[in-house]
Design a protein around this ligand. Structure first.
Ligand code: ATP
Ligand code: MG
Length: 307
């Protein structure tokens, strides 16, 4: 399809500057760029980032406001958290040996034990610890370093792992987190699938303290159009695909991905790769449909078989 020169010009201008510079590079380099992680902003992510920003700006307080970010697997929770962490990187303190770490991100251990959780926190802080040490000593050590390193927010990702434990283990982890909010006096952010919500809501006190924010799946609305437009600006393709304008493409993406962000991106990225390889330089409906795509359930089933 021949496109008017003005349309192509408009497309090139819409690409992010570093993406535009890639257009003259070899195919391999462009394909590599397609699969390189790059955070894409969309309204809901911006809303969550702004809320995190607000929490971070709050002064230390006895009952800090805390947040629970939850949503299905692959909706982009970890990406938002890592983006926030990137926006607040460690900074050198001219008067101290250690850097100031504004945001500490810790992955909740698969086996939800308080002692293992504290080990992970100390590991991420980057200080020596003994796994055999008493829980109280570990908690004191965490408090000491949170103050020393100026940690202003603690984020526990993959918090749904808490449901891997027994009811008693779950209660112990929840009460350890309550105790951390009290002693550290900084906001704690929990993030995970709906299981994280179930755990937090199982206790009145944690339920009251953690403000829930839901990261939804995509549906056919204005926000999805905005997202697709942002995605297209990151693809080093010489011609416009108009992913966001073509209703057939929008319906197909939503149907195939079941609205999961990770799968929408996977489909688009593999299509962009094909568009570069075959010198089509744009993703149209037929190209999109021709891309092999194993859905999440199918992949999960394969994983299960491998175990
Ligand atoms: N805003 C974004 N910009 C670019 N890529 C993203 C974005 N959000 C998610 N992705 C991509 O989607 C995939 C899944 O995202 P992520 O790991 O953040 O999901 P999650 O909600 O944490 O999933 P899980 O519950 O399984 O941990 C990742 O490969 C990531 O690169
Ligand atoms: Mg995650």
């Amino acid at each position: 399809m021949a496109l008017p020169k003005a349309e192509i010009e408009k497309h090139l201008n819409s690409l992010l500057p570093d993406v535009r510079e890639l257009l003259d590079k070899p195919k391999e380099e462009r394909i590599k760029a397609v699969f390189t992680h790059r955070f894409i902003k969309y309204p809901k992510a911006v809303e969550i980032l702004e809320y995190l920003e607000l929490l971070l700006s709050m002064p230390k307080q006895v009952r800090p406001e805390c947040m629970l970010l939850y949503g299905e697997s692959g909706t982009g929770k970890t990406s938002i958290i890592r983006q926030f962490q990137k926006m607040h990187p460690p900074v050198e303190d001219p008067f101290e040996e250690e850097d100031v770490i504004p945001v500490l991100v810790v992955e909740t251990p698969f086996e939800p034990k308080v002692s293992l959780l504290y080990d992970r926190i100390l590991y991420e802080i980057g200080v020596p610890y003994k796994t055999t040490e008493n829980i109280v000593i570990k908690e004191n050590r965490i408090e000491f370093y949170v103050n020393k390193l100026g940690i202003k927010m603690l984020i526990l990702d993959e918090f749904h792992n808490i449901l891997n434990g027994s009811a008693s283990q779950q209660r112990k982890v929840l009460s350890a987190i309550k105790s951390l909010t009290n002693t550290l006096r900084i906001p704690i952010v929990l993030s995970g699938t709906r299981d994280a919500l179930i755990a937090v809501e199982s206790e009145d006190e944690t339920k009251r303290r953690f403000f829930p924010k839901y990261l939804p799946k995509w549906k056919k609305d204005k926000d999805f159009v905005i997202f697709l437009k942002s995605v297209e600006r990151t693809l080093p393709l010489k011609r416009p695909s108009y992913l966001w304008k073509d209703e057939k493409i929008i319906d197909y993406l939503l149907d195939k991905s079941d609205g999961i962000l990770a799968d929408v991106l996977k489909l688009i990225k593999h299509s962009a790769k094909k568009a570069i390889e075959e010198e089509k330089e744009r993703i149209d409906f037929n190209l999109l449909k021709s891309v092999d795509f194993f859905d999440r359930e199918f992949e999960k089933a394969l994983e299960m078989k491998d175990v």
